[in-house]
Write a protein that binds this ligand. Structure first.
Ligand code: VAH
Length: 314
């Protein structure tokens, strides 16, 4: 059975659907911090789990005979800056707990998301390489950079088949993102479909690495399906797709919703965005397990607006 921790989050919501399509609903267990009463019944089988409760996590793994774990629960970059201790504690200790219990109970495969946030102000801005300078300036980035080293350690020392991807900013119309610096690229669509103007918390010329969620889900499944011998990177693979500025996104949305307007009011998240690369070199992923993104800015925008308008219509 597969356990998805953080199944109600932005990635988890879609990864759960994709994994259940391939493995059958009952073979993919959803777990998140929300009480069962607060989640829709369709998510079953669902377990409320505080991933820092090692005993609760261990009994889930043992009782449900878990053979694969997708550990997605984390505090993201912006929220992490307002609560550094919480971010470090949750992001780091939950990973260590998952890694330890996976070794103890012989879980065959583990996935844990890293992020381009592992890079910092001294990293290359354009086509940031797989082995780029990793001096993150956010607690979130520090936890992801440290987590990558732990994943490699558990692979080398215990043979645990744990795999990871440095996701760029992810754009989706299903699960709402929480506390990310790239979330402007999701919020903007919710305003556009409601014919509301949008106030962007980043400067209009802030280019960031981005990806439409369907591409991110495909990358994750492709990585996890690849034979272990093909996985040459046991920290986390760079993963790229798109790179655009808020102004470019605004222009693309306006092609479909001409009266849409954006005003720019940078806040504390500007400094976080400025510390990250603008685009990513993902040649290692392309070489080792045939990664290829499908969406471009135009197709991502039209699919986001189409789906949100339908959802909006209710
Ligand atoms: C964040 N969405 O903004 C995440 C992601 C690269 C950005 O890690 O924190």
């Amino acid at each position: 059975k597969i356990l998805v921790i953080g199944a109600c989050g932005q990635i988890g919501t879609e990864l759960l659907v994709a994994l259940r399509k391939r493995n059958g609903q009952d073979n993919v267990i959803a777990a998140d911090i929300h009480p069962r009463g607060n989640v829709s019944p369709e998510i079953a089988p669902y377990f409320r789990l505080d991933v820092l409760d090692a005993e609760a996590l261990e009994s889930l793994i043992v009782d449900l005979k878990i053979t694969q774990i997708y550990h997605l629960a984390a505090v993201l970059s912006a929220k992490g800056e307002s609560n550094p201790t919480l971010a470090w504690d949750l992001n780091m200790n939950s990973l260590l707990s998952v890694l330890n219990l996976s070794v103890k109970h012989k879980v065959s495969k583990v996935f844990w998301p890293s992020s381009i946030a592992v890079f910092g102000p001294d990293s290359e801005k354009i086509n940031c390489p797989q082995q780029g300078v990793m001096e993150p300036s956010t607690v979130y980035g520090i936890s992801k950079a440290a987590g990558e080293q732990w994943c490699k350690y558990y692979f080398e020392k215990y043979g645990l088949d744990v795999r990871s991807l440095r996701y760029p900013g992810l754009i989706s119309y299903t699960g709402a993102p929480g506390g990310g610096t790239t979330d402007y690229a999701v919020d903007i669509f919710h305003h556009a479909v409601k014919d509301l103007p949008y106030t962007c918390f980043l400067k209009e010329d802030t280019a960031l690495p981005m990806m439409f969620m369907p591409d991110a889900i495909n990358a994750t499944l492709q990585l996890m399906d690849a034979p272990a011998r093909n996985i040459k990177v046991r920290t986390a693979y760079n993963l790229g797709a798109l790179s655009f500025t808020p102004a470019e996104l605004e222009t693309e949305i306006k092609k479909l919703i001409p009266e849409f307007s954006v005003t720019y009011q940078p806040d504390f998240r500007q400094a976080i965005a400025d510390s990250w690369p603008q685009s990513i070199d993902d040649s290692a992923a392309r070489k080792d397990w045939e990664w290829r993104p499908v969406y471009n800015l135009k197709t991502m925008v039209s699919e986001m607006l189409e789906n949100l308008s339908v959802l909006q219509a209710g």
